[in-house]
Structure formats: structure tokens, C-alpha cells
Design a protein around this ligand. Structure first.
Ligand SMILES: *[C@@H]1O[C@H](CO)[C@@H](O)[C@H](O)[C@H]1NC(C)=O
Ligand SMILES: *[C@@H]1O[C@H](CO)[C@@H](O)[C@H](O)[C@H]1NC(C)=O
Ligand SMILES: *[C@@H]1O[C@H](CO)[C@@H](O)[C@H](O)[C@H]1NC(C)=O
Ligand SMILES: *[C@@H]1O[C@H](CO)[C@@H](O)[C@H](O)[C@H]1NC(C)=O
Ligand SMILES: *[C@@H]1O[C@H](CO)[C@@H](O)[C@H](O)[C@H]1NC(C)=O
Length: 389
């Protein structure tokens, strides 16, 4: 998959990423394996790659990664998975239903009764989520343990009901201005984070008459993916039906990681590693395929990826397979003779031509005068010279 502009010389053949061995993989093509042997890996039109799995057989998934398939709907506890799961990417888009319920004291829990337990593999992602609040003279704060992850305040002026005012004050980008509604990014500070993944919401009222404010524009708080909240459509729904919030479908980004008990913070080389690098024993335990890399994640767990030049599922034996870059050689930047290798490819000008095989029309049968001139002066050390003939 290497896409690179290279410095090229006429005297050496062009080779990108010299692979450890040059085995040309060809011929035997097997359907990519994404799950454990004998395990169901489809639900409706969604695929379920290991470490995720379906059913009762605990061989089919890692602890905490069991999903259920309900008539083609892929479920993670009470959350619905709505985008296909990529085993090389540590995020999951799920939909949860409704706003965060708060009690008389303004306290609520996001993800209550769900999968965001303290020991589980899932957490609210540190990218792509926001806290959204509609209401009058109220502040919402989202916390994980004692760490504040987001907070914003919404004001209303006297004599207005909140949603009319909210609509009149929206800025041109359709973001809340803090009048009638507010929104703020969810931020996860890795340095401060303690291993807690339950999320508390606290509402604080600062108007002079809370019951009046509550009637004008009952406060609703949501945790949602960045692009979900459109003040216009949400306000339409909420102002026509105060109960609508309870049934709104709200997408949210979760991150996931494989928590290996006892495998981190000790082990052969843990102390000397950069924060994101996996100790070798943990990497071996989690990233089962050859040609994988391992990343240490926010809560001390791990995720894996297939290295450049490979694709597939890094969590299963032989899951990362060589990519045949020559199938789409032009997309991979090769305009000459392409030869697939294990993990890479070679690109050369065809026999009896020279030049830059990485550039369209870059191979020439003979040296032009200008090229010859450059060649004489610069020898091997140049290129991407302009070749106008
Ligand atoms: C996963 O399996 C455990 C134990 O078998 C069960 O308690 C839990 O509800 C399952 N989770 C999901 C999302 O199905
Ligand atoms: C599955 O089907 C639904 C509804 O037809 C569609 O919205 C969704 O994008 C599809 N997902 C995938 C992964 O193909
Ligand atoms: C937050 O809680 C953790 C663990 O409970 C504690 O170690 C830490 O000192 C607390 N931090 C603050 C700022 O209170
Ligand atoms: C608060 O507003 C309500 C009307 O919503 C009113 O009945 C009540 O008297 C007000 N309370 C105070 C202390 O002003
Ligand atoms: C995986 O890598 C190991 C060690 O480098 C090697 O011995 C083994 O043959 C490889 N397996 C495959 C299927 O390539």
C-alpha cells in the first residue's frame, strides 16, 4: 500500500520498501477470515470481526466483546451498532435512545444499565463526541469519576421561551450560541484519567426561579456524535413534544480496547516504553496475526492493526494478509511494471526504458538531451526533473 514519491536514479531499479523476502503471493486466494473457526460473523448486512463475536460460545469473542443479533440488528447491550466494525480501527458508532435522565437534584448517569461498565472494553471516545444541553439558565457537566470531561451553560432572557430564543440566536454555522442551548466537546485527558468509564451528568440551575425556567424550556442533556445535533431539528422535535427527547435516537462514538488483566505496567520492558507502545508479551497475547502492530490505549488496554502492505484482522492467526498493490497499480502510484511482493511491491520502468515509473508517462525508451545533461551533471542523486523533451 506504499504510496510514495521517490527520488529516482537511472542507474538503480526503483524498489519501494525492500521486503524481508520477495515471495510473490499469487494464485491461491482464500476468502478473508474475520472470526474464530466455526463462529458466526454476520448479522444482517454487518460483519462481526473478532475480537467481537456473536452467540453463547465464549470461544467466539474476547471478554466483553459479545454482541447480539436481533433480526439483523446488531446490538451491544442496549446500544445498536450502526456502522460496520473495522478490526483495525478502535472506534464503534452506536445509537442510544433518549436524553440523559436526571433526578430532582439534577444528577444522571450516561450509559446507565449499559455496557459502559468500569471493567469493560468500551469508553466514551475522546474524539468526535459532544455534550449538548437545551434549557434555560442551567449548566450541565459531564464527569468520569472526579475528572470533568465537558461542561456548558445555557441562558434565557426574561420574557422569552427558550426554544424561540434559541432559534433566533443560532449562529450561521447552526451552532448553539449559549442562548437556549449549548454544546461543548467531550475531552478525555489521558493524563488525568483514572480507570473509570461510568459517566455522571450534573445539572445546576442558576436562574432566579427554577420552576419557571423549567416550564419555559425543560432542560434536556445529550451525549452525541459531533454532527448529530442540529438545533433546528432537535428544537422542532422537542418543542412540539416534550416527551420526544426520551425516544430520540442519538449516535455516539465509543472507543474500545482489549483489556488484558495483569499484562500492563509490568512485564519485560514496560517501564522503558513510550506511553503508546505495547510490552512485547501483551502484543503477542492480543495481536495474534503476523505483520501486526500494537498500540497501547487510553485505559491501559491494547489494540492491533495490520502493518502497511497488509489488510485483514490482526486479532486472529494469519488474519493480516498481503495486499496485492499491483491489482490497482496506478492507484498505488506505479505507472511502470508492477511486481507484488510480501508486504510491498516493486515498480520499475519496463525493459529497455528508463525514467520514473512512479509518474504517469515517466518511462522513456531513450534519454532525452535534457535528461542526459542532468544525468551527466548529477549522476544518481536527483530527480523529478522536468522532462519536456
Ligand atoms: C455477554 O456475555 C455475558 C456473559 O455470558 C452476558 O452477561 C452479557 O449480557 C453479554 N453481553 C451482551 C452484550 O450480549
Ligand atoms: C446496512 O443496511 C442499512 C439499511 O439498509 C444501511 O443504512 C447501512 O448503511 C448498511 N450497512 C452496511 C455496513 O452495509
Ligand atoms: C480523583 O480520584 C482519584 C482516585 O479516586 C484520586 O487519586 C485523585 O487524587 C482524585 N483527584 C482529584 C483532583 O480529586
Ligand atoms: C416562579 O415562577 C412561577 C411561575 O412559573 C411563579 O408561580 C412563582 O411565584 C415564581 N416564584 C418566585 C419565587 O418568584
Ligand atoms: C509468522 O512469523 C513467524 C516468526 O517470524 C514465522 O516463523 C511464521 O512462519 C510466520 N507465519 C506465517 C504464516 O507467515
Amino acid at each position: 500500500m506504499a504510496r510514495r514519491r521517490t527520488t529516482v536514479s537511472f542507474t538503480t531499479p526503483v524498489v519501494v520498501l525492500v521486503a524481508s523476502y520477495m515471495a510473490v503471493s499469487s494464485g491461491t486466494w482464500a476468502a478473508p477470515v474475520i472470526g474464530m473457526p466455526g463462529c458466526e460473523t454476520r448479522c444482517g448486512n454487518m460483519s462481526v470481526p473478532y475480537p467481537f463475536g456473536l452467540g453463547a460460545d465464549s470461544r467466539c469473542y474476547m471478554p466483553g466483546f459479545n454482541l447480539t443479533c436481533d433480526h439483523g440488528r446488531l446490538l451491544l447491550g442496549n446500544l445498536r451498532v450502526i456502522e460496520s466494525i473495522d478490526p483495525n480501527f478502535y472506534m464503534l458508532t452506536v445509537v442510544h435512545t433518549g436524553d440523559v435522565r436526571t433526578d430532582g437534584a439534577g444528577r444522571g448517569i450516561f450509559g446507565e444499565g449499559g455496557v459502559l461498565g468500569d471493567d469493560g472494553p468500551y469508553a466514551l471516545s475522546s474524539a468526535g463526541n459532544q455534550l449538548v444541553l437545551v434549557g434555560c439558565n442551567v449548566r450541565a457537566t459531564l464527569r468520569s469519576g472526579n475528572v470533568t470531561m465537558s461542561s456548558c451553560s445555557s441562558l434565557c432572557t426574561n420574557g422569552f421561551d427558550g426554544h424561540t430564543e434559541m432559534l433566533s440566536r443560532l449562529d450561521t454555522s447552526m451552532l448553539c450560541s449559549g442562548i437556549g442551548c449549548c454544546q461543548a466537546r467531550v475531552v478525555v485527558d489521558r493524563e488525568e484519567l483514572v480507570p473509570v468509564t461510568s459517566y455522571d451528568v450534573q445539572l445546576e440551575y442558576f436562574g432566579s426561579n427554577r420552576s419557571r425556567d423549567g416550564k419555559r424550556w425543560p432542560p434536556r442533556v445529550f451525549v452525541a456524535r459531533d454532527e448529530w445535533f442540529s438545533p433546528w431539528s432537535v428544537s422542532q422535535q422537542l418543542s412540539s413534544d416534550l416527551q420526544a427527547a426520551a425516544s430520540m435516537e442519538v449516535p455516539v462514538f465509543l472507543s474500545w480496547e482489549v483489556i488484558v488483566r495483569g499484562a500492563y505496567d509490568h512485564g519485560d520492558d514496560a517501564g522503558s516504553l513510550p506511553a503508546w507502545e505495547c510490552p512485547r508479551d501483551a502484543a503477542r497475547m492480543v495481536c495474534k496475526s503476523n505483520h501486526t502492530g500494537c498500540t497501547k490505549r487510553e485505559r491501559g488496554g491494547y489494540t492491533c492493526y495490520c502493518k502497511t502492505g497488509y489488510e485483514g484482522n490482526p486479532y486472529i492467526t494469519n488474519g493480516c494478509q498481503d495486499i496485492d498493490e499491483c491489482e490497482n497499480s496506478k492507484e498505488n502510484g506505479c505507472f511502470g511494471k508492477c511486481t507484488n511482493t510480501d508486504g510491498s511491491f516493486q515498480c520499475e520502468c519496463p525493459h529497455e526504458t528508463r525514467g520514473n515509473a512512479y509518474s504517469p508517462g515517466g518511462c522513456f525508451s531513450v534519454l532525452t538531451r535534457e535528461q542526459h545533461f542532468h544525468y551527466l551533471i548529477w549522476g544518481e542523486k536527483y530527480i523529478d526533473i522536468d522532462v519536456h523533451g
